[in-house]
Design a protein around this ligand. Structure first.
Ligand code: ARG
Length: 581
């Protein structure tokens, strides 16, 4: 049990005793440490319901509250109950954390299965900044959910069957440089895609040629299918390299094409069941009229009032759409994987798509907890969408390359004695960590301004700062003559700085579950920053190696627990820690 849970259970007992009926209690971390560690507003809520004086009720509750060996309580303001955890209680709790592999993190998964749909780039198109965000946020959420005990299936729903294949097939047949493809597939595929795309703009007949290639592919033409398959295989090789560098893993790569066979039957079923109907030759899902207009994803407000805003699931020419595939995908994930939750980590511009998708799926009887986890854009220094020097949207690879290059410069300056191999390895871990942390420390919904200097600063809210903090702690242990066993010592907390460090260590298990309430890895990012800062203050205020026993061992054990918590917190953000820096 976390300290917060312990407080909740004791408060619930006091409420039950006060009101003579079983009651639950909610305790939250205090917003301001001057008022205590935790607080509860139960007295205010209950006094309002019962029309009594909240402060008097708070006192009545406190009188019944058994806080032995745990905390003291007082009343503040209009009737808040503030709790101050006793240093001895922190010491005892930290002692249990030292022996706990899970660092106090409860298992909240209850055997539930979550499919996390993230990254999902489109084959032969460059991975853009939106895919960076999806990949980094999705991977972190998957790691956190897994650690909380959920059964997590990470699925890369790549766009491997779009209209872009008309252009790619034509480009493959007329422009492909096989050697370049084999050396580095994605840039070559992107090159041919871009060239054809540019030519089409000046040559109308080419568009028809490309369309014809696409129709042949969709009709199962053997040559085009073979090229398409090679294109997918090469792309996957290229993508896998990026994911390896990012240390991102998928359980499945079921791209859009995986569902092709299911689409005709699905549309027929939708028509039969009346979920869709024909309109101008196309099959469309319209509103079923059960929702308020403002909440109906199939209605849109224009100047002339409310209009239908249907989702196409089959075009008049017989072609299927993104939405059709996504419906088939939901069915598969529920039937085959028994998904309880499906999380889609996709940019905010696709919000309408997902609202329509979830509504249509529910009408089809596919129930589950479906969430669109959206995110804003990454902006350049000029506050416009981030572009490369040549004016293109920035691709993921360019960002990683530049981050690692810049990290290498920082490291060369800081630690000139490293071998070049060591330095390169550390630069990779630091550069990639910096990109991930810059992403994850933001509120995902706000646009954020990308700044190299800020993300790589050793003294800032950055991954390098956190990685360095970890290295710093581990270096203490390298100075010892014998291996240190943190479980063999009693924890003593006297100084404010060490009590504060213990307070933060105790919160790890409280912070993690809250991240999934609204899918906010930035809460974890803030937590690890606070922990690292608390460590540095502690290390300044409290001598460790120079202290006398038993304080020395107690402080070493705190250091050890801090490094484990920091490392685990960073791991859950997808960030690795180097041994040296
Ligand atoms: N390939 C899509 C894109 O790049 C994202 C797919 C997201 N997943 C999904 N099931 N729709 O925009």
């Amino acid at each position: 049990m976390t300290l917060l849970q312990e407080l909740e259970s004791r408060l619930a007992a006091a409420l039950t005793a006060t009101f003579g009926e079983p009651m639950k209690a909610e305790v939250t971390p205090a917003a301001d440490l001057r008022f205590g560690d935790y607080q509860a507003n139960a007295a205010m809520v209950l006094a309002k319901q019962r029309k009594t004086n909240p402060r008097a009720l708070a006192q009545e509750i406190i009188d019944k509250l058994d806080l032995t060996d745990l905390a003291t309580a007082d009343i503040a303001g209009p009737g808040f109950i503030n709790f101050h955890i006793l240093p001895a209680a922190y010491a005892a709790y930290v002692q249990t954390l030292i022996r706990d592999e899970r660092l106090g993190v409860p298992e909240t998964g209850e055997g539930k299965t979550i499919v996390v749909d993230f990254s999902a780039p489109n084959v032969a198109k460059p991975m853009h900044v939106g895919h960076i965000r999806s990949t980094i946020i999705g991977d972190s959420l998957a790691r956190i959910a897994r650690f909380l005990g959920f059964h997590v299936i990470a699925d890369n729903h790549i766009g491997d069957w779009g209209t872009q294949f008309g252009m790619i097939l034509y480009g493959w047949k007329t422009k492909l440089n096989r050697e370049a493809l084999e050396a580095d597939p994605i840039p070559e595929l992107v090159r041919i895609y871009r060239e054809v795309n540019a030519e089409i703009k000046t040559d109308d007949t080419l568009l028809e040629v490309c369309k014809a290639e696409l129709v042949k592919l969709q009709a199962g033409d053997a040559e085009n299918l073979t090229i398409w398959q090679q294109c997918i295989d090469f792309s996957k090789l290229g993508l896998q390299k990026i994911y390896d560098r990012l240390d991102v893993k998928f359980d499945y790569w079921l791209g859009e094409s995986y569902y092709n066979d299911r689409l005709p039957g699905l549309v027929e079923e939708f028509l039969e069941k009346g979920i869709a109907r024909e309109s101008n030759g196309a099959a469309c899902v319209f509103s079923d009229g059960t929702k308020k207009l403002e909440e109906d994803p199939f209605k849109v407000h224009r100047e002339d009032g409310w209009n239908d805003n249907p989702a196409l699931i089959r075009k008049a020419d017989g072609g299927f759409l993104y939405a059709t595939t996504d419906l088939a995908t939901i069915q598969f994930r529920i039937d085959e994987w028994k998904a309880d939750h499906i999380w889609y980590v996709v940019g905010v511009p696709q919000q309408l798509h997902f609202r329509q998708l979830f509504d249509a799926a529910a009408r089809w009887g596919k129930t589950g907890d479906f969430k669109h986890i959206g995110f804003g854009s990454i902006l350049g220094d000029d506050r416009k969408l981030m572009k490369t020097r040549s004016g293109d949207n920035v691709g993921l690879i360019e960002v990683l390359e530049e981050a690692v290059e810049r990290a290498a410069a920082v490291i060369a300056e800081k630690s000139p004695d490293l071998t070049s191999e060591e330095a390169a390895q550390i630069a990779e871990t630091v550069g990639i960590g910096a990109v991930k942390f810059a992403e994850l420390s933001q509120n995902r919904l706000t646009d954020y301004v990308f700044s190299w200097d800020r993300m790589l600063a050793l003294q800032g809210d950055t991954a390098p700062y956190l990685q360095y903090s970890h290295v710093r702690i581990r270096s203490i242990f390298r100075k010892l003559d014998a291996p240190f066993d943190p479980t063999a010592h009693k924890i003593h907390l006297n100084e404010d700085a060490e009590i504060h460090l213990a307070r933060l260590l105790a919160r790890f298990g409280e912070v993690l579950p809250t991240i999934l309430e609204d899918f906010r890895p930035n809460l974890l990012a803030n937590y690890v920053l606070e922990l690292a800062r608390a460590f540095h203050s502690y290390f300044e205020a409290c001598p460790v190696l120079k202290a006398d026993e038993p304080v020395r061992s107690s402080r070493l054990a705190l250091c050890d627990l801090t490094s484990r918590t920091l490392k685990q917190g960073l791991y859950l953000l997808g960030i690795n820690v180097p041994d040296r820096m």
